[in-house]
Design a protein around this ligand. Structure first.
Ligand SMILES: Nc1nc(=O)c2c([nH]1)NC[C@@H]1CN(c3ccc(C(=O)N[C@@H](CCC(=O)O)C(=O)O)cc3)CN21
Ligand SMILES: O=c1ccn([C@H]2C[C@H](O)[C@@H](COP(=O)(O)O)O2)c(=O)[nH]1
Length: 317
C-alpha cells in the first residue's frame, strides 16, 4: 500500500461550530451596512436602519460573548444583576459602571428601569379593575405588597415557578413595556419583551429557549450587551430549573447602525471571529443551583475568552 498522504494542515483556529453565533451577529451588521436606509432620529445622529432583522444562536455551542472586539463582560454582568435586583434607580449600579448614568436624574432615579418591571410590575388596585377581569392578588405566590402598599408582580419569579410546575407552558412571557410609562418616559425599554419555550429531549435534559423582541437596536453598542445578557439569563434560568440552555433568538424591529459607528464596525467586520468562550455559573456547596436572588457577581466566570481589542463607539444620547 502506498504511504498515507501527509496529514492535512490543521484547521484554522476558528471552528465553524463555535463561531456560528458571532457570524450570525456579524451577518446582521453586514446587511445593515450594505442595505440600511438612512434615517433621522431624536438623537441627532442619523442611522442606517433595516426593519425586522432576526438571528438566532445555539447556547449549547458556547457563550456568545463577541470576540471580534472586547465586550466588557463585567459591566454587562453588573447590568444583568441590576435588572435581577428589581431596582428602579442606578445608585448601586453606578458604583460599578457608568453605562446607565446618562439616562438617570441627579438622584440616580430612572423614568423606566427594566428590573422594576421584570420583578415588580405594578398590579392595579382592586378599585381600578373592571368587571369580569381577573388579577393576581396579594395571596398569589408571585405578588408582593411593596412598602408603600401597592401590589407588584414578579414576572421572572413566575417564569421560574412555571418552568418547574408546567414546563410546556406557552405563556412564559416577561414584559418590560408598560404603555402608560412608555408613552411619557425619556427612554422606554428597547428590549421590551421576552418569552421562554421548552423543547423536551428524550433521555436528556430539556432545552430552554429564549426569544427576545427589541423595538430599537443599536448594533454596535447595545446589541453585543443585549445578546450576552439574555444568553446569560437563559443559562442561569436553565441551571435553576435543571434544564440545558437551548437557543437564543433575537428579533430587532429597527436594527440600526449610527453613522459615526460605521468605521468601527467595518474594522470589526475585517476581523476573524475566534471560538466562543464558555460561561459557568456557581452552585451552592451542596450542588443545588443558586436561585434568582442568590446569584452574585462572583458566581459567574467566563473561560476561554480571547477577544480582539476593544473598539470605542460614541453613545448617542
Ligand atoms: N444609543 C444608545 N445605545 C445603547 O446601546 C443604549 C442606549 N442608547 N441607552 C440605554 C442603554 C445604555 N446602554 C449602553 C450604554 C453604554 C455602553 C458603552 O459605553 N459600552 C462600551 C464601554 C463599556 C464599559 O466601559 O464598560 C463598550 O465598548 O461596550 C453600552 C451600553 C445600552 N443602551
Ligand atoms: O439595551 C439597549 C438599550 C438601548 N439601545 C439603543 C437603541 C437605540 O439606539 C437607543 C434608544 O433610542 P430610542 O429612540 O428610544 O429608540 O438605544 C439598545 O440597542 N439596547
Amino acid at each position: 500500500m502506498p504511504a498515507a498522504p501527509p496529514a492535512a494542515a490543521p484547521p484554522p483556529s476558528t471552528d465553524a461550530t463555535t463561531t456560528a453565533a458571532e457570524e450570525a451577529y456579524l451577518g446582521v451588521v453586514r446587511r445593515v451596512l450594505e442595505r440600511g436606509v438612512r434615517k433621522a432620529n431624536r438623537t441627532g445622529t442619523d442611522t442606517l436602519s433595516l426593519f425586522a432583522e432576526h438571528y438566532s444562536v445555539d447556547l449549547a455551542e458556547g457563550y456568545p460573548l463577541l470576540t471580534t472586539k472586547k465586550v466588557f463582560f463585567d459591566s454587562m454582568l453588573r447590568e444583568v444583576l441590576w435588572y435581577l435586583s428589581g431596582a428602579e434607580h442606578v445608585r448601586e449600579l453606578q458604583r460599578h459602571t457608568k453605562i446607565w448614568d446618562a439616562w438617570a436624574d441627579d438622584a440616580g432615579d430612572l423614568q423606566t428601569a427594566y428590573g422594576r418591571f421584570w420583578r415588580r410590575f405594578p398590579v392595579p388596585d382592586a378599585g381600578a379593575t373592571v368587571g369580569g377581569e381577573v388579577w393576581a392578588d396579594a395571596e398569589h405566590p408571585n405578588v408582593r405588597r411593596e412598602s408603600g402598599g401597592a401590589l407588584a408582580f414578579d414576572q421572572l419569579g413566575y417564569v421560574v415557578d412555571t418552568l418547574r410546575t408546567d414546563p410546556m407552558s406557552r405563556r412564559l412571557v416577561v414584559s418590560a413595556w408598560h404603555p402608560a410609562n412608555a408613552a411619557v418616559s425619556r427612554l422606554p425599554p428597547c428590549h421590551y419583551t421576552f418569552c421562554f419555550n421548552v423543547e423536551p429531549v428524550e433521555g436528556g435534559a430539556d432545552r430552554l429557549h429564549c426569544h427576545l423582541t427589541q423595538r430599537s437596536a443599536d448594533l454596535a453598542l447595545g446589541v453585543p450587551f443585549n445578546l450576552a445578557c439574555y444568553a446569560l439569563l437563559t443559562q442561569a434560568l436553565a441551571q435553576i430549573v435543571g434544564m440545558a440552555p437551548g437557543r437564543f433568538a433575537h428579533t430587532l424591529v429597527d436594527a440600526h447602525v449610527y453613522v459615526d459607528h460605521v468605521e468601527g464596525l467595518e474594522e470589526q467586520l475585517s476581523r476573524t471571529p475566534r471560538p466562543a468562550p464558555r460561561l459557568s455559573i456557581a452552585r451552592h456547596a451542596d450542588g443545588s443551583p443558586k436561585g434568582l436572588d442568590d446569584l452574585a457577581f462572583e458566581d459567574f466566570s467566563v473561560e476561554g475568552y480571547r477577544p480582539a481589542p476593544a473598539i470605542r463607539f460614541p453613545v448617542a444620547v
